[in-house]
Design a protein around this ligand. Structure first.
Ligand code: AHR
Length: 505
């Protein structure tokens, strides 16, 4: 048994933790859309307009704030006009990036917006810069968001939708340095400015335009975009061209298609993953420092619109479908990411896990027989819901277990963050040690605690995961804690994620 001690100042609040840090991502990739979100109207699986209702219900319970679509790499080969009108007349295409499979375009603009409405989530539409045109993107914005009489609003109405939709978030291409066109940063920056100019705000729909950003810690890419958007020394505020700049960060070990086993991983691979996962703290701090130099008032948002684990795919599945299992290890990756996201909430506006269903670090795994499994990662999103739009609380970890040392790379074994909203506080804490439970003592200062409740997500081993045969192998359970005055004591099992809810006077 090891021990940790932290002071939490319940009355010292910081930045708002945007609910959009709990955002999602759905790409036309493998079985994310087809078979995951969408089964078609004729399916025996209960659906509305082809959208799977069990998946919707599970995600509504997470209060997912936004959904990014249609990619990813697919976004830069997607032509939106192919996905409107009668389904049987929609042109087909080859999804060259993800398995060379035929895409029938049955899930298009109207289906995506219907999905967002069912989920109660904001739409984040990612436009095509790589193989599209400025006119095409401009028309799509008009089709989606313009009221009254115009060529695109008439087309939308002819396709059965009178009212414009609200589309708050708009992506200007994806991974422009790679699958989005292999551009140099300077070339992309100019393209993004040009496309952004013609993505108009129609009526009261105001677009938050997101420039396609860096891979990992490519700070030079971010700096080029900041130079392109800002006007150092000018009176003009640096928000004209785009309001957000993204970056992508995946936690994996290895390269190409040989990454790391999703379930049969070693202790060493577990710790390597955790070291990689917490390194996103350094990456966000780096992008933030670059952005601060050009935008000290923090008007431009940093957006991590792809994050998560990336493992070897499940045996027998198409390797380009990126279908992987999800263990307690994945849940702990999510837990530490959220602690880090909360810490950077003043600059980090949005984060989108890749991807919501059946691809990479999913919330949900489905099968064609109608089976659906909630993954351990799903439970972290659910347990952390109380952080949505809450205010950061400082946590001072003043005693902690010895760090894990992997050839000089140190991993803190306790990760913690806290927030408050009204008369509640929520503390999230992970014990990453594989071999030791930890007694955590929290010195709660500044407000009186009138009630408490804790839950824990753990299992006998970090490889444990959920299947249709054992859907609750990794599921939250109540966790005992003791409160004496303002001092709370709780035992965190090895490899566990816990949340502590406090009622405050
Ligand atoms: O999420 C899978 C892929 O990873 C996305 O399509 C791409 O943007 C990234 O490389």
């Amino acid at each position: 048994m090891s021990s940790a001690r932290a002071v939490v100042d319940l009355d010292v609040t910081g930045a708002t933790i945007s609910r959009h840090l709990y955002g999602h991502f759905a790409e036309h990739l493998g079985r994310c859309i087809y078979g995951g979100f969408y089964v078609g109207e004729d399916s025996s699986i209960p659906n509305e307009g082809g959208i799977r209702l069990d998946v919707v219900e599970a995600l509504r319970a997470l209060q997912i704030p936004n959904l990014r679509w249609p990619g990813g790499c697919f976004a830069d080969e997607y032509h939106w006009r192919d996905g409107i009108g009668p389904k049987e007349q929609r042109p087909r295409m080859v999804n060259t990036h993800w398995g060379n499979v035929e895409e029938n375009n049955h899930f298009g603009t109207h289906e995506f917006m219907a999905l967002c409405e069912l989920l109660g989530a904001d739409a984040y539409v990612n436009g095509n810069i790589g193989s599209g045109t400025v006119q095409e993107m401009s028309d799509w914005v008009e089709y989606l968001t313009r009221d009254g009489d115009s060529p695109m609003s008439r087309l939308r109405k002819a396709n059965g939708r009178d009212e414009p939709w609200k589309v708050p978030y708009w992506g200007l291409g994806n991974e422009a340095w790679g699958c989005g066109g292999h551009m140099r940063a300077e070339a992309y920056a100019d393209e993004a400015r040009r496309y952004s100019t013609f993505c108009r705000n129609h009526g009261d729909n105001t677009l938050y335009r997101i420039a396609a950003g860096a891979a990992d810690d490519d700070l030079a890419w971010t700096e080029t975009l900041m130079k392109a958007v800002s006007c150092l020394g000018c009176a003009r505020e640096p928000r004209g061209m785009f309001q957000g700049i993204s970056f992508h960060y995946y936690s994996h070990d290895g390269s190409g298609l040989n990454k790391n086993p999703a379930t049969a991983f070693s202790d060493e691979q577990y710790y390597t993953t955790m070291i990689k996962a917490v390194d996103i703290d350094r990456v966000i701090a780096g992008h933030t420092a670059v952005m601060d130099a050009y935008d000290p008032k923090r008007r431009i948002g940093l957006i991590c619109d792809e994050w998560g684990t990336w493992w070897n795919t499940e045996p027998g599945t198409n390797p380009r479908f990126l279908y992987q299992q999800n263990t307690l290890r994945d849940a702990l990756v999510a837990g530490v990411h959220f602690d880090i996201f909360h810490k950077h909430a003043a600059r980090l506006h949005m984060a989108n896990i890749a991807q919501t269903v059946n691809v990479l670090q999913s919330m949900i795994l489905t099968d064609d027989a109608g089976g659906m499994v909630l993954t351990p990662t799903y439970h972290v999103f659910e347990m952390n819901k109380g952080h949505h739009d809450a205010l950061q609380l400082p946590v001072h970890l003043i005693e902690r277990p010895d760090a894990y040392d992997a050839d000089g790379a140190q991993l803190d074994l306790v990760s913690i963050s806290a927030s408050t909203k009204g008369a509640n506080a929520l503390i999230s804490v992970s014990n990453l040690a594989l071999d030791s439970d930890t007694t955590l003592t929290l010195d709660l200062r500044g407000r009186t605690v009138t009630g408490h409740h804790a839950r824990v997500l753990t299992a006998d081993e970090p490889q444990r995961h959920n299947t249709t045969a054992a859907p609750d192998a990794v599921a939250p359970a109540d966790l005992d804690l003791a409160l004496d005055g303002g001092v709370l004591t709780v035992t965190l099992p090895r490899h566990s994620f816990s949340t502590i809810h406090l009622d405050l006077a």
